[in-house]
Design a protein around this ligand. Structure first.
Ligand code: ARG
Length: 436
């Protein structure tokens, strides 16, 4: 006999069962600890409103703690014939405790149960993502400080343009991560609201104490309106996906720079041999496979908001089973992004930056704007100075001598790394994420 919670005495077709369950039996394992956490809060609340006795609660809580231990030890499984984590937890309780186990689902539906699991799960995923982002951020800022004075060519249209520096390059990605963190904080706030009590999506005739479960689960507030709470399935995922896509775009871009600048024609940076990969035929090759994989994964991760939009657009109000498929998209994505971030941080710990790149005559035209500006400083109008230097380049008589001196805020000589660090810290402090 199948073990569906909704079984009414007939055997559902096996192929229908496995098609609709899909990957839930595996993916839901990541929700297990949160399912137990949500259930504990729910039954404490049921006891408070008189739907469970004190004695029943005291039997149920240790049984749930035992399931919790099983989960932490990695011994929790969703059995054959059991649809999902919600059913498995209830099944374990009823097999152990009989009727008492059967009481826990009063005033709850799997619709708000999965929602609360997901909110708790994403809340933790966002915290851990913010840790990985912060680590990469700190490494980038540190490298920016360390290589502040090392100059490199800046490009526009991929043509040699103006002098830049490794200080600016590393620092640019650090500051961009602050913008990504702004999105993360927004997604965190959207996630941090309690949907429990919305039941199937329209509330319950029991006097559920939703403030109590909000407090127990440490949500910032309830998602008050029960319909809004249910609508947040899909919307929450979209918010999380936009964070993933934003960070992926920053990281993918950095990965592209690294691949390009490791190329022998540029040769600005390198990594120790053991962090590069070889070719099966060309004995000299040291390839940037790590950054190519990061680039590829990050490019792919940027499609997630679109996937979610397509999956959820125009769904009828209320729960629809399509929503289950959101897990297939997001669960691997958060892990993959974290792996990419941590790998990038590890690689950057070992990056070597070349000195004196700009001594190469290939880069002599980088300094034309410096020379135009020097003439302007001597009182020549900008357009005339531009023409003079332009003609020198044209005639092949241009040469540059002298130091470059950029002093304004955010420029080569003043990359404002302390301000960037402060901006990130303020953001983390305000959101509460720095305490985690
Ligand atoms: N596996 C389901 C999901 O992720 C759980 C909720 C099932 N609810 C239902 N009414 N069939 O959406």
């Amino acid at each position: 006999m199948s073990k569906q919670l909704w079984n009414k005495g007939f055997e559902p077709d096996k192929s229908i069962e496995s098609f609709t369950v899909g990957n839930d039996r595996e993916l839901d394992l990541r929700l297990a600890r949160y399912d137990v956490q949500g259930t504990m809060a729910h039954i404490k609340m049921l006891e408070k409103i008189g739907l469970l006795s004190r004695a029943e609660l005291e039997i149920l809580l240790p049984a749930l703690e035992e399931i919790s231990r099983l989960i932490e030890e990695g011994n929790f499984k969703i059995e054959e014939g059991v649809e999902d984590v919600h059913s498995q937890v209830e099944f374990l309780l009823t097999s152990k405790l009989g009727d008492i186990g059967k009481k826990i689902h009063s005033g709850r539906s799997r619709n708000d149960q999965v929602l609360v699991d997901l909110k708790l799960f994403f809340r933790d995923e966002l915290k851990s993502l913010s840790e990985s982002i912060t680590k990469l951020f700190s490494k980038l800022l540190e490298l920016s400080e360390k290589h502040k004075d090392k100059l490199m060519p800046g490009y526009t249209h991929l043509q040699i343009a103006m002098p830049s520096s490794f200080g600016l390059w590393f620092g640019a990605y650090a500051e961009t991560l602050v913008d990504d963190m702004q999105l993360l904080v927004a997604a965190y706030n959207i996630t941090n609201q309690n949907p429990l009590g919305s039941a199937a999506g329209y509330g319950s005739s029991f006097p559920l104490d939703r403030e109590m479960t909000t407090e127990l689960l440490e949500f910032e507030s309830p998602h008050y309106n029960v319909v809004a709470a249910q609508m947040s399935r899909g919307k929450t995922e979209k918010a999380v996906a936009s964070v993933i896509a934003a960070v992926a775009s920053t990281l993918g871009h950095l990965a592209m720079d690294v691949c390009l600048w490791m190329c022998g024609n540029f040769n600005f940076i390198s990594f120790p041999d053991e962090l590069t990969t070889g070719s099966s035929i060309m004995p000299h090759k040291k390839n940037p496979d790590v950054f190519e994989i990061i680039r590829g994964k990050c490019n792919r991760l940027q499609s997630i908001p679109n996937e979610i939009s397509l999956l959820t657009t125009n769904l009828p109000l209320g729960y629809n089973r399509d929503l289950q498929l959101l897990k297939d998209i997001l669960f691997p994505a958060t892990t993959e992004l974290k792996e990419c971030l941590d790998m990038a941080t590890f690689m950057l710990e070992n990056i070597k930056v070349k000195d004196d790149i700009l001594d190469n005559p290939l880069y002599r035209y980088l300094f034309t704007v410096e020379d135009v500006n020097n003439l302007v400083n001597q009182g020549i109008p900008f357009r005339d100075a531009y023409k003079k230097i332009g003609m020198e380049v044209q005639n092949g008589t241009y040469s540059h001598s002298g130091e470059i001196k950029h002093t304004h805020l955010g420029s080569i000589g003043n990359p404002a790394n302390d301000k960037i660090a402060e901006k990130m810290q303020k953001l983390l402090d305000k959101s509460g994420l720095s305490k985690l």
